[in-house]
Design a protein around this ligand. Sequence first.
Ligand code: OGA
Ligand code: MN
Length: 294
Amino acid sequence: MKLTPLTDVFGMEVGDVHLTPDLDDETFAGIERAFEEHSLLLFRNQEMDEAAQVAFSRRFGPLESTLAGVAGAGGEIVRVSNLMPDGSLKAPTSHLALFVRANLFWHTDSSFKATPAKASLLFARIIPEAGGDTEFASTRAAYETLPAARRARLDRMIAMHSIAHSRDKIDPTATTAEQRAALPPVPQALVRENPVTGRRSLLIGAHVTDVVGLEISMSDALLAELEALATRPGHTWRHSWRAGDMIMWDNRAVLHRGHPYDEVASRRLLTRTTLAGAGPTVEAGTIIEARSRT
Ligand code: OGA
Ligand code: MN
């Protein structure tokens, strides 16, 4: 297994590894260690069908399942694509297409769930000639560059996260009342610690509505400042996909966003599996005075 850095602060390309069912336990343990340490791993030239992707992902722990209707048929595989299951194009204004477009904002997967995701594994199957890159940014590097006094204040803060909030930025009609009721806003610690390495990172992104206890204008300013810090040049990895690329990233330490491509003239299909997180980031019983944002 050969590791080559992608940036100065996070991300490794992993060479000489085939993610096949016969991958030995020792190599797998090395992959797990590299994941905790470097937050993002890129494996090129892989071959796996959806079942093999699920099987490989499960070696890391339990997977999240998605509800049918949000990103396709539901289950442990999410098809990130402009294609319908039968291969036809999604209508560009359809709800399904709008949900994919919300990926263009910096976000961390599933932060709108009480237990946010640990990691996501995205495998490239069909890639357009141009566009459709995915970009990643280290919220761990951002946290670690802040002065200690500032970090100590952020450590105590809680933010509210909501899927409806991020979807509303694309189209307020995209999220149905049923979906809103099924996924109400949840509190998340603003700072998360990796239990293996002890290193901390910011939990921010498009699903955040506001920081609890701050005036909305202060909250907006703080979140914008932290996002700008995390995504500044030199701290991001912009990946131009080739079919057969697999990227696994740590949702606890990395923000990501998609980039546009011609959704009418080209085809794009990636499949995602999502590792479930260990538990809520806010202690049970914490009283939160949430307020709705107008
Ligand atoms: C995702 C995601 C962005 C992209 O799959 O979670 O945000 O570029 N994808 O497809
Ligand atoms: Mn995503």
